[in-house]
Design a protein around this ligand. Sequence first.
Ligand SMILES: Nc1nc2c(c(=O)[nH]1)N[C@@H](CN(C=O)c1ccc(C(=O)N[C@@H](CCC(=O)O)C(=O)O)cc1)CN2
Length: 296
Amino acid sequence: MPAQLISGREIAATIRSDLAERVARLKADTGRVPGLATVLVGEDPASQSYVRMKNSAAKEAGIHSEQITLPADTPEAELLGLVAGLNANPDIHGILVQLPLPGQIDEQKVLEAIDPAKDVDGFHPVNVGKLSTGATDVLAPCTPWGVIQMLLRTGNSPRGKHCVVVGRSNIVGRPMASLLLRRGEGGDATVTVAHSRTPDLGAITRQADILIVAVGRPDTVTADMVRPGAVVIDVGVNRVDAPDTDRGYRLVGDVDFDGVREVASWITPVPGGVGPMTITMLLSNTVDAFERSLER
Ligand SMILES: Nc1nc2c(c(=O)[nH]1)N[C@@H](CN(C=O)c1ccc(C(=O)N[C@@H](CCC(=O)O)C(=O)O)cc1)CN2
């Protein structure tokens, strides 16, 4: 029997509707709403589309959102000045700088300039450090945090399971491993991290009860690399040429979906899987950051 689909689109819609209610309640109680600033530098089409989706999802949930778009040749100092202004703005509770940034800008320097309390991407070293030491009162990176929600909401708790994460990026692989290792709900897993330099990758991935693939390369995982009955989460969103389509490309993940769905018990599609959850957890982090600001 083919694997059951984990629909990120459906899970995201449920969480977004709960968030909209939470925002409406906060507005009634405090007269204020959470505020999100998104910063886009340059004209990368994928980044433009992600930032557009983030702003429109925020507005739909009742979150105040501001998009700041800067030209591709923006000097680093100007971006750092903008971030300092957003840090000081009392109406902004979440700051997101869309990645990747153009070459003249030191990405790490910019991420470190964001107030950790407003770091809704969870990329500031303070938040990375807190997460990797097991803290639960932390803003966690949106994509891996969304994966945890997908697992929990389909009855696939990682507790006691062997989870194999393929990929060691700061955005997905590393924080994914930290979340799965954390004590408590969504964690308590045994975790192996593999990557592009792992010899005989299939020997590692075949050990997984839950296999999470985030390397950004189509067909990294094929059916022979998956243990029958495993849960497979495909984080990849790759554009491949498709001249016969309106957009000129189609989206595929890192997993050979058609082959692997015959072996796995659950699988995420691309599109409609992890992608929509990334944006949803950004909204959730923004509301959390706002609530925490009320407590300070
Ligand atoms: N500051 C950040 N930059 C980047 C992040 C991030 O979390 N923070 N992650 C990625 C890209 N990303 C968010 O920015 C992202 C990727 C994919 C999707 C998504 O919803 N994909 C849809 C398909 C959308 C389409 O049709 O093009 C899907 O998979 O169904 C959302 C966000 C890099 N940069």
